[in-house]
Design a protein. Structure first.
Lengths: 160, 107
């Protein structure tokens, strides 16, 4: 009687599989990095919010899940590096969406009293897109950060 | 029926930074949806939220339809003396509501 050779994983197959897995992991990473460029549609809105200046990238940390199962409620955290003193503080935080029918999501006003420039909320997202947070400082400078969110079930589309 | 919940620490140290969490019960109707007979459901969202502590504004937000239903916020502030935190919000139907919470400041 001939016994079939058990289907064992060879070293070659294991290596190829491992490389494939690594490749799959790298693809979304690269996509997220190339999304650093600001969506063109938002530029005029951002200028309006900052009083004409285009914000520099930095000092703002925007935390959003990389993948949101539902666009109806996505948790968002904006944190701005600032000493929050009367001399140097964050005056406003703006949140923009690339694809929502209304691109402005929220505007928060802060002052030195806050002690820490951080806000959390939950937002709606109409599909996979970039979200941008802009902080306007009391000295007139503006800073921003953006994050890409993959949304599996979008909000604000017909029938939702 | 409470329309909102405000969470603050039981006791805060004078001048220390603490977190305030606010949850408002509101449908935040976007104005983009239709009902079962094809009519547009009118937009009705909370457009302004303001929190005042002992007469001084500590948080102010302008909201748009991109904020999820039952809006939730968390922000930070400091307090010099015990008092009351009051949050006031207004929606598109013109209804203004508020919720208060007492805060104790220790030395």
């Amino acid at each position: 009687m001939i016994y079939a050779r058990p289907n064992r994983l060879s070293r070659r197959r294991a290596l190829v599989g491992l490389l494939g897995c690594l490749g799959c992991l790298l693809v979304p990473l690269r996509k997220a990095r190339s999304a650093d460029a600001l969506p063109e549609k938002l530029a005029p809105l951002i200028r309006q919010a900052t009083g004409g200046v285009m914000p520099q990238v930095g000092r703002v940390t925007l935390t959003l899940p990389a993948l949101a199962e539902s666009g109806h409620s996505v948790r968002l955290r904006v944190r701005v590096e600032s000493p929050m003193t009367p001399q140097a503080h964050v005056r406003q935080i703006h949140v923009f969406s690339e694809k929502n029918p209304r691109p402005v999501i929220a505007r928060f006003s802060l002052g030195p009293r806050a002690g820490r420039a951080e806000v959390h909320t939950r937002i709606r997202l109409a599909g996979t897109q970039q979200v941008v947070a802009v902080a306007v400082m009391n000295d007139g400078t503006a800073w921003m950060a953006s994050a890409e969110v993959v949304v599996t079930a979008a909000a604000c589309v017909e029938g939702s | 029926m409470a329309k909102a919940r405000i969470k603050v620490p039981e006791v805060v140290k004078r001048g220390a930074v603490f977190e305030v969490r606010l949850l408002i019960r509101h449908p935040m109707e976007t104005g983009f949806r239709y009902n079962n007979v094809g009519q547009k459901i009118p937009k009705n969202i909370v457009h302004t939220v303001r929190c005042v502590y002992n007469g001084a504004e500590v948080f102010h937000a302008e909201l748009f339809p991109g904020i999820a239903a039952n809006p939730y916020f968390s922000f930070f502030t400091t307090a010099e003396a015990s008092g009351e935190l009051e949050c006031v919000w207004t929606d598109d139907t013109g209804v203004t509501m508020s919720e208060r919470v007492a805060l104790t400041v220790s030395e």
